[in-house]
Design a protein around this ligand. Structure first.
Ligand code: PLP
Length: 387
């Protein structure tokens, strides 16, 4: 059975009403018939719902569906992508441990590593995504975890998952991948040996910019450790958000096929545009790591980016000239979104800091929506003429 069929057909047990679509279990806690049943539940002798901070039928259904898509043994869903990342670090790292992270990662993840992990005496080193040959030398005797995104946000650089897993596992280092940009439709990191896969479900999984959510899936024992941490610390996904996200997963494959085919055709048309220094999309042959993308992805995803020749000022003008695309701090929506990291999300960093995370002055990131691709292209082209 294909992963998407398994995901669509994974569901909560029917209630007595025999409903076709899973109902919403909007409840904080679950009842017991007697003291003995309640004791057994708390003693982990039975596998039943106790309290929605620990688990909930809607949250479990969403998690099980992501596990089906990613080919994972187990998973745990959280309130946001960031809480999934934080819970993973807190569960698997302790004082004195060392983390190697790719430096080209989502801004808040970068802040969490460089600003907060030190409070728990967890050390880190950043690895340059464009110099994979240097990564092994960053591993120390206390290195426990290697963290990366591929494709990276927003630069769309790629890491060879098979290579990184072989290298890290040789040193008993766990590999954790944020697979948010590719989604399990385009890339299944566990097939290449990755230990844990994280998603901001807020993006393509929701697909319509409605709810926040996060999920981590993979090795059963590691997930159990994350579950125990989350059950105590409480970054739980709300049953309502889980219900929304679970329904969204049923259409993930058809949506991602369309997002990716539109992104590819628009990127192809814009390649060699006179106003642009370059266009980057994993499935464009001009992408520096095209071979890696073709090896481990079945499509290039729904995001492409380009560099405006006019730099920072052109970036501002481009955003102002757009008529159709949304200016909003999200991606992975049915509506196309444009962002200019240098003047918005990363404006507080120095230019040198921005460049270190792959953010050039005229970098524009486009999250391609489900509108007609010609309309998306027309809007980008007319904005380019004015920038
Ligand atoms: C690659 C990536 N990882 C993690 C996150 C954080 O997810 P959330 O906003 O759901 O906390 C984001 C958000 O943009 C992201 O792009």
């Amino acid at each position: 059975m294909q992963p998407i069929t398994k995901a669509i057909r994974t569901r909560i047990d029917h209630t007595n009403e025999m409903e076709h679509s899973s109902p919403l279990f909007l409840t904080s806690s679950f009842c017991f018939d007697n003291a003995e049943d309640m004791r057994a539940a708390f003693a982990d002798e039975t596998d039943v719902y106790i309290y929605s901070r620990f688990s909930n039928p809607n949250v479990q259904e969403f998690t099980d569906r992501v596990c089906a898509l990613e080919g994972a043994e187990a998973g745990f869903a959280t309130a946001s992508g960031m809480s999934a990342i934080f819970a993973t670090f807190m569960s698997l790292l302790k004082a004195g441990d060392h983390l190697v992270s790719c430096s080209s990662i989502f801004g808040s993840t970068h802040t969490m590593i460089s600003k907060y992990l030190g409070r728990w005496a967890i050390e880190y080193s950043y690895a340059d995504v464009l110099k994979p040959e240097t990564w092994e030398s960053l591993i120390k005797p206390n290195t426990k975890l290697l963290y990366l995104e591929t494709p990276t946000n927003p630069g769309l650089d790629m890491v060879d998952l098979e290579w990184v897993c072989q290298m890290a596992h040789k040193h008993n280092v766990l590999v954790v991948v944020d697979n948010c940009f590719a989604t399990p439709i385009a890339q299944r990191p566990i097939d290449y040996g990755v230990d844990l896969v994280i998603h901001s479900a807020t993006k393509w999984m929701d697909g319509q910019g409605r709810v926040l959510g996060g999920v981590v899936v993979g090795n059963k024992q590691l997930i159990h450790d994350i579950y125990l941490f989350c059950r105590t610390s409480g970054p739980s996904l709300s049953p309502f958000n889980a219900w929304v996200l679970s329904r969204s997963l049923e259409t993930l494959q058809v949506r991602m096929d369309r997002h990716a085919s539109s992104a590819l055709s628009i990127a192809q048309t814009l390649d060699n545009h006179p106003g642009l220094s370059w266009v980057k999309y994993p499935f464009l042959p001009s992408h520096p790591q095209y071979a890696i993308a073709k090896k481990q992805m079945t499509n290039g995803g729904g995001v492409f980016c380009f560099e405006l020749k006019g730099g920072l000022e052109s970036g501002r003008k481009f955003l102002d000239a757009l008529e159709l695309l949304s200016l909003t701090a999200n991606l992975g929506d049915s509506r196309s979104i444009a962002s200019h990291p240098a003047s918005t999300t990363h404006a507080k960093l120095s230019e040198a800091e921005r460049l270190a995370t792959g953010i050039t002055p005229g970098l524009i990131r486009i999250s391609v929506g489900l509108e007609d691709p010609q309309d998306i292209l027309n809007d980008i082209k007319q904005a380019l003429e004015k920038s």
